[in-house]
Ligand binder design. Sequence first.
Ligand SMILES: [Zn+2]
Ligand SMILES: [Zn+2]
Length: 293
Amino acid sequence: MNITPSKKNNFLPYAGRKAVLATMHSKHTAVAPALRAGVGLEIVTATGIDTDQLGTFSGEIPRNGTMLEVAISKTRLGMKASGLSLGLATEGTFGPHPALPFLAAGIELMTFVDDERKIVVSESFVAPHTNFDYLVVAPGEDLKGFLDRVGFPSHALIVRPNEGSPSQGLVKGILDASDLGRAIAVAASLSSDGKAQLETDMRAHLNPTRMQSLALLAEKLAKRLATACPECDAPGFGRTETREGLLCEACGAPTQMIATEVFSCASCSYREDRPRFDGLRKAPPGSCPECNP
Ligand SMILES: [Zn+2]
Ligand SMILES: [Zn+2]
């Protein structure tokens, strides 16, 4: 697959430049190596910023806006605190898989803001793995299956009363079995049904699976930043949209499979329609609404 339309062999528009990563959760170690290797950016962290004001996974503060809006606001918090004109942030969301609702999935988004070139570049993906899960338990119940599945204690847990306000009796970042037992007992005693809810703590520094996803996403973003627009040479040229409608190989009807990928520039209005990346030019009849209704 070749997604590098630049005529330049070694396009490193950010070599040696500093960008601030807005994070309270040590994402720096996951994302800095890929951005340094891929596009020459040095990642620094901002001190004294509170990204939780834009929403928390555990729900005490609801997220206000789309993932992209929140990620850009977060990026700007870091840029303001550090005085740098380049910034980055990530935002994750976890729930049922968009295509396979019985599986859990994490969608991760990473934004890059460059106030000198006045561009915003973002990359997102469905994370290859996630431990996202939850369980309602009564004190004393056997938790072994759940704890193994979610990777406890290398991955942290959150405990809260099963019924009641989202912040009362909430304990986050649990990495120890005896702390877990105590938190369950307290949360259950505060819940009207006598039960506690356990859930995976998705904050990056307490979730090595998520850290791995963020490293992969940083690699993707670095590749994109190292791709110049064929028209104006701005960094960040890449896929921004897909269009469905791949035609059925048996009857020619349009299917819901992706037919076209739209690549566009973060700076100018240049766009390119390209056929789907995997070389598939017709849809199998099994995906056709006419042949396989
Ligand atoms: Zn068909
Ligand atoms: Zn351009």
